[in-house]
Design a protein. Structure first.
Length: 147
């Protein structure tokens, strides 16, 4: 399993940043690579909440919250991740540090196709995932600091 981690400091009160993250269905407002996002079903907060999204490259996928720590962070599983990725899990956390809100994210995933999948990951996938993690954090920072 590959584990990728990124973080960013944001000059916005912690509660404001948390409110943006906790709006699970509204991620497309600040994540530049998401063209559309919406909640699925009746659960509006916490474990079991689901969202559907359309990526800038056109593919669609769903995510479901598996862990929720009010005001602090959450984790979710990604369903129908782009092939050859599999078992994709992501977490987001926010905390106060040195007068700033710090947001960290972690993506864990495996690859189909055995050694070929590992090579594809090493040559391409990990760079794309890292780029999108960084873009999402920068988008959250920009959106929250101008709101």
């Amino acid at each position: 399993m590959r584990v990728l981690k990124e973080r960013i400091a944001i000059a916005t009160p912690l509660q404001n940043v948390w409110d943006l993250l906790a709006d699970f269905g509204g991620v497309s407002a600040w994540a530049p690579y998401m063209k559309a996002s919406h909640l699925i079903g009746d659960i509006q907060s916490g474990v079991g909440m689901r969202r559907g999204m359309r990526h800038a490259w056109g593919f669609r996928f769903e995510e479901a919250v598996t862990h929720w720590h009010e005001g602090k962070g959450f984790s979710f599983d990604v369903f129908r991740a782009p092939f050859p990725m599999k078992d994709v899990r992501e977490s987001w956390a926010v905390h106060h540090e040195n007068g700033l809100s710090t947001v960290s994210t972690q993506v864990t995933y495996g690859m189909h196709l055995g050694p070929l999948g590992q090579a594809i990951d090493w040559l391409l996938v990990r760079f794309i995932v890292t780029r999108e993690m960084r873009a999402g954090l920068r988008g959250l920072k920009q959106y929250s600091e101008r709101s």
